[in-house]
Design a protein around this ligand. Structure first.
Ligand SMILES: NC(=O)c1ccc[n+]([C@@H]2O[C@H](COP(=O)([O-])OP(=O)(O)OC[C@H]3O[C@@H](n4cnc5c(N)ncnc54)[C@H](O)[C@@H]3O)[C@@H](O)[C@H]2O)c1
Ligand SMILES: [Zn+2]
Ligand SMILES: [Zn+2]
Length: 361
C-alpha cells in the first residue's frame, strides 16, 4: 500500500524545482508517515539544488518541518498517530561509539526511513537530510519525529527542525556562550539571527551582528544584537575588534559558509577565543591560514552540525520557552507561501528581506 501526494522535487543540478506527484509508502517497522503542516525554506535546500551537497538527484527538498503523525509502522512506541511533531535529522541510534560514550548529539549512525519514496515512474527520491518535507506527506524514521506542545504554530515550530536550532545551538551548545561573553555573528540570515537569539538567551554581554544587508542587521538587533556592522561598508575584523576593547570577541559564529567570512571569524576572535562554523561550505572551497596563527592564537575552532542539538532534549524545551513568550520564533517567519512557490523563495533569499519563507499546507 502507498499513497500519492504533491511534493517539490529538484530533478537536476541547478534546474528550477518542480511540483511533482510522488509515492509515499505505508510506514514499515520503525517508520512513520507525517502529514506536513509547515516547512521552512533553508539555504541548505538551495545547496542541494545547486549540487553542492551530493549528486544524488532527484532530491525531495524541504527539511524544517512540523506536522502531525498520520501512521506508524510496527514497533513504534514513542510517537502515535495524532501527535504534533517537529521533524529532526538527528534520530540517534543509541549504539554507535558517540552514543555509547554519552554524547548522542554526535551520533554517527542516525536513522532515516528504510523504504524509499519515489516518483510515479518508480525513480527513487533522495529526501533532503533524510526528511523531504516540501510535500503533503513524508516518510521518516519514527525517531525523526519529536513530539512537542500542540499550542505552538506549525510555521514557527518547524523552524526548530533545522536552521533556527542550528543557530541557537551554535551559540548555546557548540560555542558554549556564557553570561557576559562578547559574541560576533557573521551572516544574519535565519541561522545567524538564531545564533544572535541563542547568545541573548545565554546572557552574552555584547552581541555584534555582521552582514552585508542592512535589513538583516535590523532584524538581528530586534532579536538581541547590541551592535551591528555592515561588512560591505566597513572591515568586519576591525569593527569587531573596536567594539571589544581592541581584542576581538570571545566567540565568533560564522553563519555564511565561505572562506572569506571564516577568515574574518578567525581573526575577529580574542586570543583563546572560539570560532564556530555553522555555515555550510561547498566542496570546492579551500581555506588557507598561517599555521602559526592557528597555533599562536590558541582557543578552539569548532564546527556545529545542527547546533550540536539533541532533539528530544532541546525541541520541547525551546517550544516551552516560546510558549512562555521568551523565544520569539514567530519573528523568523517573514512570509508564508504555497508549495509551488519554493523556487520564488530561493530567488528572494538573495534579496535580503527574508529571514524565512515558510510553506504552509
Ligand atoms: N550547520 C548546520 O547544521 C546548518 C543548518 C542549517 C543551515 N546551515 C547553513 O548556514 C548557512 C546560512 O543559512 P541561512 O538559511 O541562514 O541562509 P540565508 O541565506 O538566510 O542567510 C545567509 C546570510 O549571510 C549573509 N551574507 C552573505 N554573504 C556574506 C558576507 N560575505 N558577509 C556577511 N554576510 C554575508 C546574507 O546577507 C544572509 O543574511 C548556510 O550555509 C546553510 O547551508 C547550516
Ligand atoms: Zn549513535
Ligand atoms: Zn536546513
Amino acid at each position: 500500500m502507498s499513497q500519492q501526494v504533491r511534493a517539490v522535487v529538484a530533478r537536476s543540478k541547478g534546474a528550477p524545482v518542480s511540483l511533482e506527484t510522488i509515492i509515499v509508502p505505508d510506514p514499515g517497522p520503525g517508520e512513520a508517515v507525517v502529514r506536513i503542516e509547515a516547512c521552512g525554506v533553508c539555504h541548505t535546500d538551495l545547496h542541494y539544488r545547486e549540487g553542492g551537497i551530493s549528486d544524488d538527484f532527484p532530491f525531495l527538498l524541504g527539511h524544517e518541518a512540523a506536522g502531525v503523525v498520520e501512521a506508524v509502522g510496527d514497533g513504534v512506541t514513542d510517537v502515535a498517530p495524532g501527535d504534533f511533531v517537529i521533524l529532526n535529522w538527528r534520530a540517534v541510534c543509541g549504539n554507535c561509539r558517540a552514543c555509547l560514550r554519552g554524547r548522542p548529539w554526535y551520533c554517527f549512525n542516525t536513522h532515516n526511513a528504510k523504504q524509499k519514496m519515489t516518483l510515479t515512474d518508480g525513480t527513487e527520491l533522495s529526501p533532503a537530510l533524510g526528511i523531504g518535507a516540501f510535500a503533503e506527506k513524508t516518510l521518516v524514521a519514527a525517531g525523526q519525529c519529536t513530539k512537542v506542545d500542540r499550542r505552538a504554530s506549525a510555521a514557527a515550530a518547524g523552524l526548530l527542525g533545522c536552521g533556527v536550532m542550528a543557530g541557537i545551538g551554535a551559540a548555546l551548545n557548540t560555542g558554549a556562550v556564557g553570561r557576559g561573553d562578547t559574541v560576533a555573528v557573521i551572516g544574519c540570515g535565519g541561522v545567524g539571527a538564531a545564533a544572535v537569539l541563542g547568545s541573548n538567551l545565554a546572557g552574552a554581554g555584547r552581541i555584534i551582528a555582521v552582514d552585508i544587508d542592512d535589513q538583516k542587521l535590523e532584524t538581528a538587533r530586534r532579536l538581541g544584537a547590541t551592535h551591528s556592522v555592515n561588512s560591505r561598508e566597513s572591515d568586519a575584523v576591525e569593527a569587531i575588534r573596536e567594539l571589544t576593547g581592541g581584542f576581538g570577541a570571545d566567540v565568533v559564529i560564522e553563519a555564511v559558509g565561505r572562506p572569506e567570512t571564516y577568515r574574518q571569524a578567525f581573526y575577529a576572535r580574542d586570543l583563546a577565543g572560539t570560532v564556530v562554523l555553522v555555515g555550510v561550505p561547498t566542496p570546492e572551497m579551500k581555506l588557507e591560514l598561517p599555521l602559526l596563527d592557528v597555533f599562536g592564537r590558541g582557543g578552539a575552532l569548532k564546527s556545529s552540525w545542527y547546533g550540536d542539538c539533541l532533539p528530544s532534549r532541546d525541541f520541547p524545551m525551546l517550544i516551552d520557552l516560546h510558549l512562555q513568550g521568551r523565544l520569539p520564533l514567530d519573528a523568523f517567519v517573514t512570509e508564508t507561501i504555497q508549495l509551488d512557490e519554493v523556487e520564488k523563495a530561493f530567488e528572494r533569499m538573495h534579496q535580503g528581506d527574508v529571514l524565512r519563507s515558510v510553506v504552509v499546507l
